[in-house]
Ligand binder design. Structure first.
Ligand SMILES: [Zn+2]
Length: 97
């Protein structure tokens, strides 16, 4: 399997990750608190499970992209303002930079 999310650095106590969102055709970023890492995700880059939703505003594709990453899938919440609202898709393999 390939990584679906990419680790790209540290900021203070936070580890930074990114993934590709097909709904927005762009990369979204999120941060994990080092001290509570075990509470926030399963530490699996290939089949990530995050215990928090991700909200992105002012993307190219949507005013609001609200999603969760569960077992390697992207679950778009219904209040997202793009065509993927309410849908669940396989999180694409990370291929970008
Ligand atoms: Zn998005």
């Amino acid at each position: 399997m390939k990584n679906k999310i990419e680790f790209f650095g540290v900021r203070g106590d936070w580890k930074r990750f990114k993934f590709f969102c097909p709904a927005c055709c762009s990369t979204h970023e999120f941060e994990i608190d080092n001290k509570n890492e075990h509470l926030m995700w399963n530490r699996n880059l290939e089949k990530p499970y995050l215990n928090f939703p991700i909200k992105n505003r002012s993307n190219r594709g949507a005013d609001l992209c609200h999603c969760s990453i569960i077992n390697g899938e992207l679950i778009y919440h219904s209040n997202s303002t793009h065509n993927f609202a309410g849908r669940t898709i396989i999180l694409p393999d990370w291929i970008g930079k």
